[in-house]
Structures are given as C-alpha cells and as structure tokens.
Design a protein around this ligand. Structure first.
Ligand code: IMP
Ligand code: MG
Length: 187
C-alpha cells in the first residue's frame, strides 16, 4: 500500500481488493453483453458513488450502449439513509422505450433504488434492471426490491473506496475497505 497511505490508515481493514473488483466487473460486463445481445441499453450512473464502478463496467460491455447520469441525495446523517430522496441532477435524455440499466454503488436499505426505479418506470422505460457493486442484505428495508446484477455481498459495516465515500472523502481508494468507526464516531 504505497499509494494513498493516509487514507488507508483510516481503514480497519481492506474488504475487497482492486484485483477482486476488476475480476467481478469483467464477469458482470460479459454477462450484460450476453443478456443484452442485439440491444443498445442506456447505462445510468448514479453519481457520485457509482462513478468509478461505472467507468470500469462500461468498458467491459461489448454493445452499442449509451450513457446518462443522475444524482440523487438521501437526507440523513453521513452514515445512515433517512428514506427521503431528492433528485439533484436528472437524466439528460428521454428513456421512453429504452432498455435501461441503473448502475449503483451499494444497496443498503434499498430505499434510494426503490424510489428511483419507480420514477424511471413511470417515464416509460421498456425495461429496467439494476446493477450494483455491493449489497448489504442485512440492512434491507425494501424486500421486494430486485437487484438483477450484483458483484459482492458484504457484512453490515460502513465501507469506503472505489467510489464510495465518507463525507465525500475516500472515493479514490482503489480497494474497498471498512472505515474505522473512530473516523465517524457515532454520527
Ligand atoms: P439505501 O437507500 O439505504 O440503499 O442507500 C444507498 C446509498 O447509501 C448508497 O448509494 C450510498 O451512497 C450510501 N451508503 C450506504 N451504505 C454505505 C457504505 O457502507 N459506505 C458508503 N456509502 C454507503
Ligand atoms: Mg450513492
């Protein structure tokens, strides 16, 4: 760990290494390429957390896909979702009749994604699937939420790196790690 060593000091441990991530992302890209053969899906990146995963994933998909970006915020403290979701930046393009794949960093309670998928279906998407890098099943509050593509199941711990932040920091860590609770106290 020669790089980002100050950031690594705030981790309890590395949970998933960059090589493990790269392998899963490659597998997922192949699977999406097969599942969407003959189609031109719109890949929607949920900013900012999914940005790193998104840019890696799209390069592993061999289809004439297009990109769009959306930013949402869930009110709450830095480490807990409140359930109230607000669109900060909407899609640039219409998704009517499109095959949409929403790319998200992590499904925690599932509240953010269940809200988002409802909105996107109301806009007339032809199909909608969710691709998420991480899943924390222990914390799910929306059991009916279907996550179609998932890379890793993780335990109920607050993780950072590979796009995921705490207070906007740590997104540039190449690995995913458990943030030491001493960094965020009991916020
Ligand atoms: P949900 O609505 O509870 O599923 O919240 C999902 C969002 O909460 C994610 O998109 C993240 O921005 C954030 N989040 C949840 N768990 C973590 C974590 O362990 N680390 C960093 N962000 C997280
Ligand atoms: Mg997020």
């Amino acid at each position: 760990m020669e790089t980002n060593s100050d950031l690594y000091r705030d981790l309890d441990r590395v949970l998933i290494t960059k090589d493990e991530i790269a392998e899963k992302v490659r597998e997922l890209g192949r699977k999406i390429t097969r599942d969407y053969a003959g189609k031109a899906p719109v890949l929607v990146c949920i900013l900012k957390g999914a940005s790193v995963f998104f840019t890696d994933l799209i390069r592993e998909i061999d289809l004439p896909l297009t990109l769009d970006f959306m930013a949402i915020s869930s009110y709450g403290s830095a480490t807990k979702t409140s359930g109230v979701v607000r669109i900060l930046k909407d899609l640039d393009n219409d998704i009517l009749g499109k095959d949409v794949i929403v790319v998200e960093d992590i499904v925690d309670t599932g509240i953010t994604l269940s809200y988002l998928t409802k909105i996107l279906m109301q806009r007339g998407a032809k199909s909608l699937r969710i691709a998420a890098l991480l899943d924390k099943p222990a914390r799910r509050q929306v059991p009916e939420l279907q996550v179609d593509y998932m890379c890793f199941n993780i335990p109920d711990a607050f993780v950072v790196g590979y796009g995921l932040d705490y207070d906007q920091v740590y997104r540039n860590l190449p690995d995913i790690g458990v943030l030491s609770p001493r960094v965020y106290g009991d916020k």
